[in-house]
Design a binder for this molecule. Structure first.
Ligand code: A3P
Length: 309
């Protein structure tokens, strides 16, 4: 995937019921754009909120739901998304769920990748898909150009959902492994910041400082305190319509359904030892020990020389 001398190169397009990677081929990047990337259900919106709070100095009225689109989602139309972004005079921050080898990587642009344990993702994804309003399934599945099967309502049981998701490489969504693996390969690029949901929960103020430094934005002490408050789970849950995709209108129960629990490990009481062993064996086989360990719990990533040693 890596071009000479070192940059990731797009090697393929990526399509499914949600996504169309080709939009990035036509997108007019600006050098100060910020890309927020995850597999999905990994803290994307949380990170968009953090970035929005940093760029707007802790302004409580910033609505990332309105200003930070998921570009590769087939909705709304390309024209609408491009018009929104073209009109923005502030620093733009844009979300993607593409694997890095299907993304148009630009070395001058800053990328933030967020990971989360796949079992937590599956739990979050089950809540997400179970709560789409029926009209959203209709709208999504009738978008022209869809590739592959339509998205169907998930099974009623979260464990059954998890088992199919693991056995069928992310079904009914997409592969976790190729997403994590490709972005992990880019972890040492200077314009790449790798975050983990577990670390964000352990130290939100530290995460905000790290992201602000990465984006080269100075925050006053007051702005920093506001940014921490407005990125907390409780504040985001209470103001969920400002951050949730499409303002949360696509979820039964609205945006607060999307900002659901914000906790990890909810699978521990429900998965059997065999389920856990199957997940961990697959993660190891797909990602290798170092990346699988990071995906499970976050923590510092070894610098390049240590990784190579
Ligand atoms: P749960 O469904 O486990 O509660 P994404 O934005 O990638 O779809 O991720 C959604 C997940 O991030 C949801 O997890 C949501 O609750 C969680 N989340 C959003 N904001 C959060 C915050 N401020 N603190 C902790 N978790 C948050």
């Amino acid at each position: 995937m890596f071009d000479t001398p070192q940059y990731p190169r797009k090697t393929r397009e990526f399509h499914n019921h949600h996504m169309d990677s080709t939009i990035w081929n036509r997108f007019a990047f600006r050098p100060d754009d910020v890309i927020v990337s995850t597999y999905a259900k990994s803290g994307t919106t949380w990170t968009q909120q953090i970035v929005g709070q940093i760029l707007f100095q802790g302004d409580p009225d910033v609505r990332v739901a309105d200003i930070s689109p998921w570009l590769d989602l087939r909705l709304p139309t390309e024209e609408e998304k491009f018009a929104l972004l073209d009109a923005q005079t502030h620093r733009r921050f844009i979300k993607t769920h593409l694997p890095l080898d299907a993304f148009v990587y630009r070395p001058e642009i800053k990328h933030i990748y967020i990971a989360r344990d796949g079992r937590d993702i599956a739990w979050s994804m089950f809540n997400h898909a179970s709560n789409f309003v029926p009209e959203f399934y209709d709208i999504l599945n009738s978008v022209p150009g869809r590739v592959g099967p339509p998205l169907e309502h998930p099974e009623a049981d979260v464990v059954a959902f998890f088992r199919r998701w693991l056995d069928q490489d992310g079904a009914p969504f997409w592969s976790l492994w190729e997403n994590v693996r490709t972005w992990w390969e880019g972890r040492h690029l200077p314009n790449m910041l790798m975050l983990h949901f577990a670390d964000m929960k352990r130290d939100l103020p530290g995460t905000i400082r790290k992201v602000a430094a990465f984006l080269e934005v100075e925050l006053s002490d007051e702005a920093f305190e506001r940014a921490v408050l407005h990125s907390s789970f409780d504040w985001m849950k209470a103001n969920a319509e400002k951050a949730a995709p499409l303002g949360g209108t696509i979820f039964q129960g609205g945006a607060a359904t999307f900002i659901n629990k914000g906790s990890n490990g909810r699978w521990q009481e429900l998965l059997t030892d065999a389920d856990v062993a199957a997940y961990e064996a697959r993660a190891l086989a797909e990602l290798g020990a170092e990346c699988a360990g990071w995906l499970a719990g976050g923590g510092e990533i070894a610098p390049p020389q240590a990784a190579a040693a």
